[in-house]
Design a binder for this molecule. Structure first.
Ligand SMILES: [Zn+2]
Length: 56
């Protein structure tokens, strides 16, 4: 299971502050907020492939 940043689609998201602040934080782009996308390995892989396609 991946917790995925809704802004930059990184899974470098920490839930360390969820107990204190009620927020997740993305270590890549600095996003913090009450929700992140949760997806399994296949869905996450597809999301990254989709992002890569859009960059072309
Ligand atoms: Zn992010």
């Amino acid at each position: 299971m991946h917790k995925v940043c809704p802004m930059c689609h990184s899974d470098n998201v920490t839930g360390a502050m969820i107990m204190i602040m009620g927020q997740y934080k993305c270590l890549d782009c600095g996003y913090s907020g009450p929700f992140v996308m949760e997806m399994d390995d296949d869905a996450y892989e597809e999301l990254l492939l989709d992002d890569a396609r859009k960059k072309e």
